[in-house]
Design a protein around this ligand. Structure first.
Ligand code: SF4
Length: 752
């Protein structure tokens, strides 16, 4: 009986929802009467009201009931602060918190972990006690990276999950629709409210042929990123299909889905297949696999279903790619990497090579890297550069240790870091280059924005497969092509590296390693307290309600020029420690964004005093003097991560609207949730009409209506001009603005 199978072994009281989902889907089929994509099946079967919900791709807003919520420690702090301020006493759906982002890589895994436990004690205690208080599962520091743990324990075909991290789509490798959201969305679902998502378009990626040789699953997504670019997936789910899927392991499919975040996709998903069955069985979830097989029809796309766009990739012809620097869609086939790098003046010598992270740390990935490392060792060679290995979870670390993989990587010269994000999120005490020194690093991570790994804007980061990182580390230069070039062994003999090879899953099963999970207690729960003097945690005060008047004579705090990711708006690295303290973290607001007025970072003119100051200081001065302000930006503003601090900080420091050429999806929702007006120029060139000393008025806000533009008057010197600004607020989101935030609105609704 499917009712008897829990969603996760760690949650025996839950049930796999297939029966109910199937009933919902039957109703949807009757209504829509056309073949459905897999994404549609999963989304629509999770509708709050499958009978009445309006469904139109790219247009209607879907009210959905996700199966679970997951949060990482950096975003969970603020999400839990918001949950606490909702006044509820227990989460309504299974939810987990994962401690992975706050562990800084300095020396080695064990020492770094111990230091992090001491340094972050207050935050970990808060997360653990609030998990116990409100009924969430808690994964301790050292347990691993959220996405790896979700894949190992919680993901299943047909799952609808939201989580406060942009790489939640990783679980699409196990056939779920899993979406990165801001903390406020997570709070809604944990509070038992439906989750709202604009009905996405579906982009199909048709895979033919077979992955083989040096080509790896990472190359599929590096290719898709090249084709679609960093904006190409906006508003869409990327749905992989075709016989090529069968040649990719479950963890490989997860890698591909993980990095769909880099092209702005809502999420990515693969259809249920044998590779998923294998992975579910290997991770102790054979019962789920059996149920999924019974409901297979619900977990694969219908024949003849329609995609909004289809990309075709022949895996037989796919060459390994190395993407970067500074953007994940700049692809170089390995045969052209050297030539392109010379031409573009990228530093040819590699300073550091890094493998692992949530993107590429499966048993198969690390095993394939070890096969390359062993080949090098057999020829008397080792890595030429520091080679850092980040296992994705304690289970992976313990298993690769038991099976000798870790030993090979260490003999090759590798340093094993903690099971955590580390250098991927700027938690890297890097000492080998000075700030500002031009250098190259190669990683198997997913993201390579300026300064992402080491806060050095001159670091050229290239993302590629872990196999390619390992091969390049043997030579330490971007000009090496392991498919063609020969190496010289320690005896002076020429040889070519063998193609990487490894088992997909451990033949002796996984070793769980140390116990790093705490289930919520069943009995009495103790209260969560936050020290009012804490520098790291601060209870939230509700934002003020809108006063019903137009927002007039708004000052421009900053007109941002060029790329403005959430890292530019709210930097990570050393700032991660303030993620639970809104006022303290606001001191990083916009410090990485380039001011169009002077092309400098973190330097803006205070329009009240005419002095130049840092962006947070000037914003604080405006706030103290009751001057409301806006920020102006260009395309795909807020791309990158789900961090809602990039929306909370402007709101906290007195911002009322963000006006840009276009938004990235999660950030746009985050702004709306925090009560800010997220507006886009109807005419992109109107960006040029706004000067540093302009005053902006947003008019007729009492009549703010879905689909109707907002009138904006720009006054500069003695001149005045009116322009139109678009928005994507629906009726309920307009209520968020009026209430001052979505959280205020939720409290209003719950109290009724
Ligand atoms: Fe951690 Fe990097 Fe993965 Fe984000 S992308 S979860 S920072 S490893």
């Amino acid at each position: 009986k499917s009712d008897a199978v829990p969603m996760a072994n760690l949650e025996p009281d839950t049930v796999l929802p297939y029966k109910k989902l199937n009933e919902n889907l039957e109703c949807i089929r009757d209504r829509l009467d056309h073949p459905l994509t897999l994404s549609e099946k999963i989304l629509y079967s999770h509708l709050e009201d499958p009978y009445e919900q309006e469904i139109e791709r790219g247009k209607s807003y879907l009210l959905l009931r996700p199966d679970r919520v997951s949060m990482q420690d950096a975003t969970a702090q603020m999400a839990m602060m918001q949950f606490i301020s909702s006044g509820l006493n227990k989460v309504a759906v299974p939810s987990t918190i994962h401690c992975d982002h706050l562990i800084e890589a300095q020396t080695s895994g064990e020492l770094d972990l111990q230091r992090a436990i001491e340094n972050n004690k207050e935050v970990y205690d808060f997360l653990q006690s609030s998990s116990a208080m409100y009924g969430l599962g808690f994964w301790k520091p050292g347990s691993g990276i959220i996405h790896q743990i979700l894949l190992e324990n919680y993901a299943f075909p047909g799952l609808l999950m939201i989580g406060t991290d942009s790489h939640i789509p990783n679980a699409g490798g196990l056939g779920g629709v899993c979406v990165g959201v801001g903390g406020a969305d997570a709070v809604d679902v944990m509070a038992g409210m439906p989750w709202e998502l604009k009905c996405p378009n579906i982009i199909g990626v048709h895979l033919t042929g077979k992955i083989s040789g040096w080509t790896s699953p990472k190359d599929v997504i590096l290719k898709v990123a090249e084709i679609l670019t960093v904006k190409g997936g906006t508003g869409a789910i990327i749905e992989y299909h075709g016989e090529g899927c069968e040649s990719i392991s479950c963890t490989g499919m997860a890698t591909i889905c993980n990095m769909g975040a880099e092209i702005g996709a809502t999420t990515s998903v693969f259809p249920f297949n044998e590779r998923m069955v294998k992975y579910l069985c290997a991770t102790g979830r054979g019962a789920i696999a059996e149920e999924a097989e019974k409901y297979e029809e619900m977990l694969i796309p219908d024949e003849g279903c329609k995609y909004d766009k289809v990309i075709k990739i022949d895996l037989d012809k796919l060459e390994p790619l190395v993407n970067g620097p500074y953007t994940p869609d700049l692809a170089h086939p390995i045969s052209k990497l050297g030539e392109n790098s010379e031409k573009n003046g990228y530093p040819m010598n590699i300073k550091v090579a890094l493998i692992g992270s949530c993107t590429n740390s499966s048993y198969e990935d690390l095993g394939r890297c070890a096969s390359i490392a062993q080949d090098a060792i057999d020829h008397g060679l080792t890595t030429q550069v520091p080679f850092n290995v980040t296992p994705g979870s304690e289970q992976i670390r313990a298993t690769i240790e038991r099976d000798g993989i870790l030993d090979v990587l260490q003999k090759f010269g590798g340093t094993v870091l903690a099971n955590a994000c580390g250098p991927c999120i700027g938690q890297w005490d890097r000492k080998d280059v000075k700030k500002g020194e031009k250098n190259t690093i190669v990683t198997s991570y997913n993201r390579n924005f300026t300064g992402r790994n080491d806060a050095n804007p001159a670091t050229h980061c290239f993302v590629t497969s872990p196999e390619m990182v390992t091969a390049l580390a043997i030579v330490g230069c971007l000009s090496f092509n392991p498919l063609k070039d020969e190496l010289t062994d320690s005896k002076g003999k020429k040889f070519k590296l063998k193609e990487p090879k490894a088992d997909e899953l451990p033949s002796d099963g996984f070793d769980p390693g140390q116990d790093t999970y705490t289930a919520p207690p069943k009995g009495k729960r103790s209260k969560v307290t936050v020290n009012p003097k804490s520098k790291r945690l601060q209870l939230l005060q509700p934002f003020e309600k809108w006063d019903g008047k137009d927002l007039t004579d708004l000052t421009v705090l900053i007109k941002v020029k060029g790329k403005c990711t959430t890292d530019h708006i709210s930097a990570a690295g050393p700032w991660l420690k303030y993620r639970g303290h809104l006022d303290n973290i606001s001191n990083n607001m916009f410090i990485g964004a380039v001011n169009a007025e002077n092309n400098e970072m973190n330097k803006v003119k205070n329009q009240r005093s005419n002095d130049w100051g840092t962006v947070p200081d000037v914003a604080r001065d405006y706030k103290a003097n009751k001057i409301k302000w806006v920020a102006v930006g260009e395309e795909n503003y807020g791309e990158g991560s789900s961090r809602e601090h990039a929306a909370l900080e402007p709101r906290h420091l007195g911002g009322v609207a963000i006006i840009v050429k276009s938004f990235a999806r999660i950030h746009e929702t985050n702004l709306k949730k925090q009560g800010l007006l997220a507006l886009t120029f109807s005419n992109a060139s109107d960006y040029d009409k706004i000067q540093p000393n302009s005053k902006l008025s947003l008019l007729n806000l009492a009549k703010l209506t879905p689909g109707e533009p907002v009138e904006c008057e720009i006054k500069t010197g003695g001149n005045s001009e009116k322009i139109k600004l678009n928005h994507s607020f629906n009726a309920e989101q307009i209520e968020w603005f009026k209430a001052g935030s979505a959280l205020n609105r939720m409290k209003e609704t719950l109290s009724k």
